[in-house]
Design a protein around this ligand. Structure first.
Ligand code: AMP
Length: 437
């Protein structure tokens, strides 16, 4: 039977089992990112639509097809953020972070929205964490981002991580590369998919990572960015690879890696888990059927200038974002369980109004002592409460009746034997601490 209300297409509730994965990932990101000097930032979920169309680029799929945009009652054009970098740079400019010592290193963790066709690993509301390193050039910063991402995935105990890297050049060499790429694709346009035929004019680099088989065949022979980098970009990319070598990170060159957003230049990278892409029953190491990246990023030196009214001084920057649901998918395929909290061993049972009030207070004392407890405050019958304690697997039930409550005493019931003993209410937390060690 169809329910009257369901969550919107491509948007999901995150129930308690899944929350454990979210928490584990969040804590790993926080620990590793903060160690490397990244500070947390949270930006609004809504931003002015122009921030994204300008920052990400009018001809990108994200801006053309995937934004949830609307007009407010006051007439503002707003968009639910499809990615984090443009917002973080907006916040950097708006909050005067230019005056801070560089680089300004920030991390975020939150929900993002893209109007996409929902499918495995692709949703309309999804979660990302991201890192941005703002205000310093040099390949060492790109390598640092990759290093932090890799360390986070390793901390989560993910196996089979692969990093793909490329350089897409910058203002000095990309226009020329773009020209020869357009010429190449124009001469073969009839063999490309309809989308890519349109991209020849609007966004020819994007053709390089089209997933259509017929386009991939054409792409195989296409001119590669790496052969057309200027001296500066070439040197920068070489240094980036040297840093990755030094860190012994498992990377490979992918000359067709371009990333989907216009603000990128120079080094770009994506991170994959062969486990996440492995279908059930597929052999280890066999080629992935559909290749979903866990995350990706790269350098975006011109973005601050593009988003600013003032001619900003140079703000060379680099960053990356990773998809939380995809990391969870990889963790599940690698059979990594999020650690769960110790199951409470104590069940609080009560009889009568006074006992109920005292139990509520007692719970607070257990919380302060960091001892987890279960309760059944809504129930009044002792038998029902004991049966609930039994079902929950509690080792001890603390029984507080009217009589005990008046005397300031409480009963400990050992669930396995049914034996009981009465102790002073004031000593119960200490006593249970000993028992639950
Ligand atoms: P992008 O900057 O578009 O490459 O996104 C970075 C990462 O976010 C991707 O590698 C995915 O892990 C994740 N991601 C992007 N879009 C979606 C989506 N629609 N659903 C789930 N995860 C996504």
């Amino acid at each position: 039977m169809k329910l009257k209300f369901q969550s919107p297409t491509g948007m999901h509730d995150i129930l308690s089992e899944e929350q454990k994965y979210f928490k584990k990932i969040h804590d790993a990101v926080e620990e590793v990112a903060e160690f490397y000097g990244f500070k947390r930032i949270e930006t609004p979920i809504l931003e002015e639509t122009d921030l994204f169309s300008r920052g990400i680029g009018l001809s990108t799929d994200v801006v053309k097809k995937q934004m949830f945009s609307f007009r407010t009652k006051g007439g503002d054009h707003l968009t639910m953020r499809p990615e984090g970098t443009a917002s973080v740079i907006r916040a950097y400019l708006q909050n005067g972070m230019q005056s801070l010592p560089r680089p300004i290193k920030l991390w975020y963790f939150g929900p993002f929205f893209r109007y996409e066709k929902p499918q495995a690993g692709r949703f309309r509301q999804f979660w990302q964490f991201g890192l941005e390193s703002i205000g310093e050039e040099g390949a060492v910063r790109d390598a640092e981002i990759v290093q932090v991402l890799y360390a986070i995935l390793k901390k989560l105990r993910l196996k089979n991580i692969a990093i793909e890297v490329n350089s897409i050049g910058s203002k000095c060499c990309r226009p020329y590369y773009r020209k020869i790429l357009v010429n190449y694709f124009k001469s073969r346009s009839s063999s490309l998919c309809a989308n890519c035929q349109r991209r020849i004019k609007e966004n020819p680099l994007r053709i390089l990572d089209c997933k259509e088989e017929k386009c991939q065949r054409i792409v195989l022979q296409a001119p590669q960015t790496m052969d057309h980098l200027c001296r500066d970009c070439h040197q920068d990319f070489k240094e980036f690879l040297e840093f990755l070598d030094e860190l012994e990170l498992p990377y490979s060159l992918n000359p067709h890696l371009v990333r989907g957003l216009d603000y990128y230049g120079k080094s770009v990278f994506e991170i994959f888990s062969s486990s996440e892409n492995k279908e059930e029953g597929q052999e280890e190491g066999s080629p992935a059927l559909s290749k979903n990246a866990l995350g990706g990023g790269g350098r975006y030196d011109g973005l601050a200038e593009l988003l600013s009214t003032k001619k900003e001084n140079d703000t060379p920057s680099t960053g990356a974002a990773m998809g939380i649901e995809r990391i969870i998918g990889a963790m599940k395929k690698d059979k990594i369980k999020p650690s769960h909290k110790a199951k409470p061993q104590i069940f609080l049972a009560q009889l009568g109004g006074l006992a109920k009030r005292k139990t509520l207070k007692l719970m607070e004392e257990f919380r302060k002592a960091r001892i987890p407890v279960l309760e059944s405050l809504g129930r009044d019958s002792l038998r029902a409460q004991l049966s609930a304690a039994d079902k929950a697997g509690a080792k001890y039930t603390l029984i507080l009746g009217q009589k005990e409550a008046l005397k300031g005493r409480i009963i400990i019931r050992y669930m396995s034997t049914g034996k009981q003993k009465e102790v002073d209410m004031e000593k119960i937390v200490k006593e249970m601490k000993k028992l639950c060690k």
